[in-house]
Design a protein around this ligand. Structure first.
Ligand SMILES: Cc1cc2nc3c(=O)[nH]c(=O)nc-3n(C[C@H](O)[C@H](O)[C@H](O)COP(=O)(O)OP(=O)(O)OC[C@H]3O[C@@H](n4cnc5c(N)ncnc54)[C@H](O)[C@@H]3O)c2cc1C
Length: 386
């Protein structure tokens, strides 16, 4: 088994590490304090191709693959998790259009997403009454003879304030469950679409999360992405890939917390010696490092399977479940190592990591939803109940 990276993967990771250090890290604290959307950072990220890491070069992407995408997300998340989630969602939107779009849709939208002309893309699946169970969505799209008319409300939409393009799921065949859901491409300025005010959140404050209201929002037939009535499958496939991104994001935040905790343990002295000399502190750091390494391998395994065109639902779910839960734990342990300093708002970044990482066990499917996905996958594999 070869765990080394290709020149293209290494180059993508190095580019992300440079942008993270030069652009994201200096702004992260200010974004967290003000809730300002990171437009400048995203423009810099678009300029070096990182809004289309796994998108063909012909469409403006890097064409560096899924493993490179995972490496990029981890590097960015070490510096600023809020900017990173906007990057993850936009990459996901570009990929979903590249995979399911008509030639016209691909040529119209993907280069704009990748170049930053749309600022970023957004993914509108959740609703106030449909979170873990998006198949129960109530947003509807009705064909009125010359176009689709969308009515309903979407909730928790990442980058809602600034995204130039929304991928929106709506029910086109009432009463047909997940087989009656379709997917639409809706530009931000479309009449009838109203973006709500950003939610006030515990973490990821530089990532604006909003409601979207659709009130007689009219889009042409060409806005339909994939086949009518088959949009739910599009969403599920996109989320499989998205989970590799969130696993990689959680890993990046956890690694950043480990780095700060290790540096602090070597510097802070109590009882006449560095606290790094105490076995309890050493074991905390050892556990964090081991768990994060395992998370890294799970994320890379899922990424390499997706890149090779193999099934990866199970691996992506495992990676997301494990990486998010272990990264939350790592940030919690890092707080313990920092003692009172970790608890202070202006005591360094660990307090922010702790708030930012928490959502990784919630979005793109909660830990419970991952376990449901996994139990189904395991049952399928072993041919019995799980
Ligand atoms: C910061 C942020 C950004 C987001 N960005 C987006 C976005 O860009 N686009 C988008 O579409 N959505 C987005 N979401 C929504 C996110 O995907 C949902 O929050 C998530 O799917 C969970 O749904 P919910 O919050 O409604 O929780 P609920 O579904 O209400 O779940 C509440 C609790 O019940 C548990 N639960 C539910 N069903 C079961 C079950 N069958 N078995 C066991 N336990 C269960 C859950 O695991 C959870 O613990 C975002 C959310 C946040 C917080």
């Amino acid at each position: 088994m070869d765990l080394s990276f290709s020149p293209a993967q290494t180059a993508a990771r190095e580019t992300a590490a440079r942008i993270a250090q030069q652009v994201l890290a200096p702004a992260a604290e200010d974004l967290d304090r003000t809730g300002r959307f990171p437009r400048d950072a995203l423009a810099a990220i678009a300029k070096v191709g990182l809004l289309g890491v796994n998108v063909p070069r012909a469409l403006g992407g890097l064409e560096a693959g899924v493993v490179a995408y995972s490496l990029v997300v981890t590097e960015l998340a070490k510096a600023c998790a809020a900017t990173t989630v906007a990057v993850c969602v936009s990459n996901m939107v570009a990929e979903v259009i590249a995979s399911f779009g008509t030639e016209q849709q691909v040529r119209t939208h993907v280069p704009r997403l990748v170049s930053g002309a749309y600022t970023v893309g957004a993914f509108a699946l959740s609703e106030p009454g449909a979170g873990s169970d998006p198949g129960s969505m109530r947003t509807q799209a009705r064909w009125d003879g010359s176009g689709w008319v969308i009515d309903g409300t979407k909730a928790w939409i990442t980058s809602g304030t600034d995204a130039g393009l929304f991928v929106v799921w709506a029910r086109t065949r009432p009463g047909q469950g997940t087989r009656g859901i379709s997917c639409f491409l809706v530009p931000a300025q479309t009449p009838g679409l109203t973006v709500g005010r950003p939610e006030r959140k515990m973490g990821l404050r530089g990532s604006t999360t909003t409601m979207l209201s659709f009130d007689g929002c009219r889009v042409p037939q060409e806005a339909l992405l994939g086949e009518e009535g088959k949009g739910f499958r599009v969403a599920m496939m996109a989320l499989d890939g998205g989970r590799i991104g969130i696993a990689s994001q959680a890993l990046g935040i956890g690694l950043a917390a480990l780095e700060v905790a290790t540096a602090h343990a070597r510097k802070r002295r109590q009882f006449g010696r560095p606290i790094a000399d105490f076995q309890t502190v050493q074991w905390r750091l050892a556990d964090m490092a081991t768990n994060l390494e395992a998370a890294r391998l799970l994320a890379l395994q899922a990424a390499s399977r997706k890149e090779a065109g193999l099934s990866f639902t199970r691996e992506a779910s495992m990676a997301k479940l494990f990486a998010s839960e272990r990264a939350v734990e790592a940030c919690n342990l890092a707080l313990d190592v920092l003692g009172a300093r970790g608890y202070r708002r202006d005591g360094g970044p660990v307090e922010r990591y702790f708030r930012d990482v928490r959502v990784t066990t919630i979005y793109e499917g909660t830990s419970e939803v991952q376990r449901i996905v996994l139990s189904r996958q395991i049952a399928r594999r072993f041919g019995g109940g799980a």
